[in-house]
Design a protein around this ligand. Structure first.
Ligand code: NDP
Length: 341
């Protein structure tokens, strides 16, 4: 079995040389009654939050990441879709398609069959790593449950060509909000305006003063800010929020690789404008999963949602796929396809 691991903890921006591919001998059989299943990886999810698990405990400020920290040399668990190749669990048999926590490797022994059988619902398997999985739920729960939108409200989304961001913008448009968003290149901005039909979009790297840029794009203020990046963008957005505005802090990717960077929004603005700033995790909203799947699947069947995926091939591409997230290489959900079935 080949798998990707980190050579040592990573406390800044990750480089491909921080990773290595290891080979271990691995039995493809399991004892019946063990309740374990062996899963062969098909599609693996590449997510920015993993960097927080790769930090050394002393430098990580995040107690949650510490609890589930990645140990150098060991396999890295990640969401994915795979096929059961051996089963010691009565509910699974060889050949079943499954989704859940597997690893950045060719095979995973899933203990206690802590994995779900996957119904493709007529969609490609890769959708069940991104748009119909936790990325999609994050966008859905974050927008509808955390932002509590009203029709006609003005929504700002950062990292908007990314996996979560593009969906937030699409849900917001379908719901009846106006959406202005930002991303890190001209091509991404074009995609957001031309293909996804957002009201406007800008390249944040070309702006010297984010606060005045947002003033230009939101002359009447922002009602909802869906934050994927933190730091200066969060500060600039708070300065432009309307009274009773909502900020959903989904992630702060610009702070993940720069421990000196922390957003310091003007808290007087928060008080006087009665702004709600709320962090959230998608896993706290699993109660919405069925709603999210049926709504999103309907939109997909009716051609109302575009699927933006960025798929690399082969286990060897994982280090570049992952480090690329922090350089803005990806457009849409970053996925690595391990085996072409
Ligand atoms: P994306 O697909 O959006 O990929 C990351 C993107 O972030 C890059 O393409 C890049 O786009 C942008 N980016 C990278 N570095 C910076 C930087 N320094 N400043 C500004 N933008 C940057 O990833 P996801 O959609 O998977 O995740 C988006 C955010 O949501 C992350 O913060 C992630 O941790 C968070 N998240 C939170 C979840 C939750 O439960 N709360 C669940 C899933 C994700 P660009 O070219 O525009 O710079």
């Amino acid at each position: 079995n080949k798998y990707v691991t980190i050579k040592c903890h990573i406390n800044g921006a990750p480089n491909e040389s921080d990773f290595e591919i290891k080979t271990e001998t691995f039995s493809l059989s399991v004892e019946s009654g063990s309740n374990n299943v062996v899963v062969k990886s098909l599609y693996l999810s590449i997510d920015p939050y993993q960097i927080n698990r790769m930090k050394s405990y002393s430098s990580s400020q995040n107690t949650i990441s510490q609890a589930v920290g990645i140990v150098p040399g060991e396999a890295i668990d990640a969401s994915g879709v795979g096929r059961v190749v051996a089963s010691g669990h009565p509910d699974f048999e060889r050949g079943d398609l499954v989704s859940g926590k597997i690893s950045w490797g060719e095979y995973t022994i899933v203990k206690g069959a802590n994995i779900d059988k996957l119904d493709l619902m007529g969609f490609p398997p890769s959708y069940h790593v991104g748009i119909l999985a936790l990325s999609g739920l994050t966008a859905y729960a974050g927008f509808f449950e955390v932002c509590k939108p009203k029709k006609g409200e003005k929504v700002f989304v950062s990292a908007a060509s990314g996996s979560v961001g593009n969906l937030v913008g699409q849900y917001a448009k379908l719901f009846g909000c106006s959406v202005v968003c930002c991303a890190g290149s001209k091509q991404k901005v074009e995609l957001l305006k031309e293909k996804l039909g957002f009201d406007d979009a800008f390249n944040y790297k070309e702006e010297t003063d984010l606060e005045s840029a947002l003033k230009r794009y939101f002359p009447d203020g922002i009602d909802i800010y869906f934050d994927n990046v933190g730091a200066e963008m969060l500060e600039a957005a708070v300065a432009n929020m309307n009274a009773f505005g909502r900020v959903a802090v989904c992630g702060v990717i610009s702070e993940y690789t720069d421990t000196a960077k922390h957003a310091a929004p003007n808290m007087l603005d928060v008080v006087y404008k009665r702004i709600t700033v709320r962090g959230f995790l998608c896993i706290d909203h699993m109660n919405l999963f069925a709603d999210f799947i049926s709504t999103t699947a309907n939109h997909l069947r009716n051609g109302k949602i575009h699927v933006i995926e960025d798929i690399s091939q082969g286990l060897e591409s994982i280090p570049a796929a992952f480090t690329g997230l922090f350089r803005g290489d990806n457009v849409g959900k970053k996925i690595v396809q391990i085996i072409d079935e």
